[in-house]
Design a binder for this molecule. Sequence first.
Ligand code: ADP
Ligand code: ZN
Ligand code: MG
Length: 473
Amino acid sequence: MYIPTIGLEIHAELKTQTKMFCGCLNDGLEKEPNKNTCPVCLGHPGTLPTINKEAVKKVIRVGFALKGTIADYSQFDRKSYFYPDLPKGYQISQYEYPIVKSGILNGVRITRVHLEEDAGRLVHDREGKTLVDFNRAGVPLMELVTEPDIKNAEEAVAFARELQLILKYLGASDADMENGQMRIEANVSIAPENAEKLGSKVEVKNINSFKSVHDAIQYEIGRQEKLLNEGKQVKQETRGWNDSKRITESQRTKEEANDYRYFPEPDLPPMNLKEVFDLEALKAETPELPEEKRHRFVQEFGITKEQIEILICEPELADYFEAAASELGEQTEKPDYQLLANYLTSDLKGLMNTQNLNFSELKIPPEHLAHLAGLITQGKISSRIAKDLLPKMIETGEDPENLIKANDMELVSDEGALRAIADEVIAKNEKSATDYKNGKENALQFLVGQMMAKTKGKADPEGARKALKERLS
Ligand code: ADP
Ligand code: ZN
Ligand code: MG
């Protein structure tokens, strides 16, 4: 039996107006190559960097959100290495004095969070030529390092997902893994149960999705177990995740490890964070974080865990739900928050997806959705009518009650009217009527369905059932 141990190193591009050390636009999605560049981020000799305070502030916010300690003193260092996407020959990073010195998330201790600059991007074209795009060079990048506290692939993914959510909530990063705004490296080792020391670690790079985080760790644990079981040793090395083969492959061993020759960046002033920022004020500005929201949603609305997770994962969706829920609470005696959440996350969200709408473009204000849910609960409309109403609400921005009146969609619940419709349906479906009389309960459901069809979904289902039973008894 071997016990796995995992530590994560996570990079995230920060959402700031400009780059880390120059005034170029920070736009990681810019398509035109080398548009957002200047002599500073192109690494021309003789240029001078300046610190983007907004980026420092964002890392401090992340530190507070992770219950961390913000350093009194912090500085930038040069990390020297050569690569074609790094024209200076060094990256400005932080070594001994990171901005955030500790923290905790999901029970995993955080070693540090520091600030650095991103490198450019290499583009390999079809003829085998390599081109360099420096739009990303100098984009502010935070790096978070955890202690080796993670025990399996699932915990690692849960940690990374929660961090991604927190970064979004803070507005610190869009943290999309698909386009490289968030990148995860996993350090993996295994050791026999009760061993005193951890095994030698393998660092896995090139992971580009949460699924691959999981699979790469799983694969690596299996590979290391096999080696030990064969009496071999695990080499300390850097391996790359091959996304199509779904295996890790050796990149470089400890002997070939880089020597970065860190030294203090002479072109940037050291930072006395306490003096530059009002840290207490920044801490107080920490917004409600996902975990707090989960607890509050359980308590205030009593909706299912699955439903809450869907809402929490999209901050705008959660805000919309809250606004609608508070309306519903005012409109109705017994607000059905679960029903509201269902209509929001499945029906409305589904329509928004097919029509390619985001919340700022949506014509339905939260109170209209609340009104719709209220009308269903009060039995004024059927769920079938609600489904027809939603697209009309999106199209017109009208309140559901007005639309119901204008489009003659009100539920038919008048007993006399229902009795008349029941008579017609019974006359047309004599066999089902007889079946029901002979004890076949299913036949009644069929007849109710016929009444619905006849009224285009407007018959009150309970009333229809009652009318049929009465006529057939
Ligand atoms: P390095 O000197 O190679 O940078 P660090 O001690 O700084 O190594 O750790 C880098 C990352 O590797 C951290 O996330 C840490 O938690 C993790 N780590 C360290 N030792 C192990 C180990 N034996 N098994 C798994 N992860 C480890
Ligand atoms: Zn620049
Ligand atoms: Mg290290």
